[in-house]
Design a protein around this ligand. Sequence first.
Ligand SMILES: [Fe+2]
Ligand SMILES: [Fe+2]
Length: 192
Amino acid sequence: MLNPFVAELSEDHFQIEVVLDALERELAPTLPIPEPFLSQAIQFLHEFGDEYHHFKEEEVFFPFLASQGVRVEAGPIARMLGDHAELRRLLAGIVDLLPLLRKQEQRTARALRQLVSRYVRLLRNHIEEEESMQYELSQSLLNEDTGLMLSDIVGRRVANRVSAARLAELRSFAAACQQHVELDECYSLAKV
Ligand SMILES: [Fe+2]
Ligand SMILES: [Fe+2]
């Protein structure tokens, strides 16, 4: 049985990836940048991806691994923490450019696409590496009991950061992105 805490992290990863897919598709260079969607997707990545998901890893998961003797100053966990910092930096750069987008400058649109594409690439690679790390750990350090304990700690600590109602809204944004991608795939199949 998949460890409940690992399953929770993987479910978060899936929802984040769905939004990354939609973001990449909507920001195709041949199309005008859809500003309302971009703002919502960036808000999702900030609140769900960073404030909620990275918080779970940084404040609960990685400290637990450290308590079990896993090194955090070097190796995969140090790399994961470095990625989180770089992702925050890129997201802040994207947020800074958003108000300029309304002026419809080509230069801003190009800079924005570059930053978004770096962000998407880094986060996808990051998730891939975390998924394999989690899988390996779930074979050794993470049994069902520790998984339940970590889920319980996360449930209590996360409630102070993101409300259940807000989480439900963010998840439904990811579901809408997924549905849109699936619909689009149906249309492109129908065109063949
Ligand atoms: Fe992470
Ligand atoms: Fe993660």
